[in-house]
Design a protein around this ligand. Sequence first.
Ligand SMILES: Nc1ncnc2c1ncn2[C@@H]1O[C@H](COP(=O)(O)OP(=O)(O)O)[C@@H](O)[C@H]1O
Length: 190
Amino acid sequence: MINIVLFGKPGAGKGTQAEFLKEKYNLTHLSTGDIFRFNLKNDTELGKKARGFMDNGELVPCELTTEMLIDEVKKHPDTAGFLFDGYPRTINQAEALDKFLPTIGSKVTATIALEADDEILVARLLERGKTSGRADDQDEDKIRVRYQEYNEKTAPLIGYYKEQNKFHAVNGIGTIEEITERLTSVIDNL
Ligand SMILES: Nc1ncnc2c1ncn2[C@@H]1O[C@H](COP(=O)(O)OP(=O)(O)O)[C@@H](O)[C@H]1O
């Protein structure tokens, strides 16, 4: 089983690249953002609990997120592996994943970060907000909160995975195809 954590700031292109990588490597793509948005749209109990946090650009509490993620993983017992997109986003979540995966005989294979400058990313998000209907992409203040959340809570994961020799970074600026190529060359050399 190969488990890849796609890592990067909001707007870095994780979702776009995940679409290609899941096909190429036959992986199950789990995007916590997408799962939350599905629950929001369908007004589920989980959606009701997550809405306020998401609309403000804040992280949803870890217990809720981890429980949801583990439920999703368990739905795919026969998969060749997972592509985690948007999870883990805190040290607490990374530790939860490192505790859970061994219970299904697995582990994180590698974390790959898509890197890009903040100004480029904010511009991308505002552009996406024009068409995606995502409330958190339409307001610069909310975007700023997401970057604060990233810097405070998610950036420490770089050190966490570096210590485990599992951290790889690729340049996230270029055409979609160029970036896919950079990612596949990392994965093919794992
Ligand atoms: N691992 C997580 N932990 C807590 N909250 C999360 C997590 N993943 C997604 N969310 C919530 O969903 C929102 C949107 O997630 P996502 O689409 O991955 O965002 P982005 O485009 O900012 O990377 C986040 O701002 C957060 O509120």
